[in-house]
Design a protein around this ligand. Structure first.
Ligand code: UDP
Length: 193
């Protein structure tokens, strides 16, 4: 896959179907992949923040989140045609998990929220295995890593706000045994109602 570069920030020219095929293969091959949603705000912020640019470019899949990204791709004769928002990606990963029996772990948000989000997702995605939750204010990272590893999770959603969640993922993914990593911002709050 040839990534496109918009003002120095990489973006993958995948639509949902292609991305889900890639992710599915990564899980089967036990390959670790980090997904990050790229919107025009992040691209503009990265212009004055080299660390943010580096962080975004370290991800495996930079997904095109925003019409501005599609327009920029068109202007540079790129191939990005479909917008994939961070929340939609999370929900598509839940569909994949429910269909294929992949295990999901929810890490982040205030105490109790991830557990409520788990219950909502279990109502909406028949058969989904959400194998653990932990709140985003747990100070002991080692405890978090061990809880995720004990759960046998394949997919880890981290909801601690951006860029904290992305930094957490990059710092810990070498010790976490999950395959797919996504920072999902305030999604657990939204899903839990
Ligand atoms: N949060 C957390 N730990 C922290 C700080 C924040 O778990 O140390 C959670 C917070 O409870 C909320 C989410 O991170 O659920 C941040 O949501 P926000 O909408 O601000 O994130 P954004 O999508 O704007 O990055």
């Amino acid at each position: 896959m040839q990534k496109e570069t918009i003002l120095g920030v990489d973006v993958c020219p995948y639509n949902y179907k292609q991305l889900m095929q890639e992710v599915d293969r990564d899980i089967k091959e036990k390959k670790k992949s980090f997904c990050v949603a790229i919107n025009p705000e992040k691209i503009m912020k990265a212009q004055d923040d080299p660390e943010l640019k580096e962080l975004l470019n370290k991800a495996t899949y930079q997904i095109p989140d925003g019409i501005g990204v599609i327009v920029a791709s068109k202007l540079t004769k790129g191939n990005i045609t479909e917008r994939i928002t961070g929340v939609d990606l999370m929900l598509h990963l839940c569909t994949l998990a429910a269909e294929k029996g992949y295990k999901v772990f929810l890490y982040g948000a205030k105490p109790g929220v991830a557990n409520m989000a788990k219950q909502e997702l279990e109502k909406q995605y028949n058969g989904i295995q959400i194998v653990g939750t932990i709140d985003g204010y747990e100070k002991d990272d080692e405890k978090v890593v061990q809880a995720i590893n004990r759960s046998g999770a394949d997919i880890l959603f981290v909801a601690k706000g951006s860029p904290t969640q992305e930094l957490w993922i990059l710092e810990h993914m070498n010790r976490v045994n999950a395959s797919i990593y996504q920072g999902v911002g305030g999604s657990f709050d939204v899903i839990s109602g």
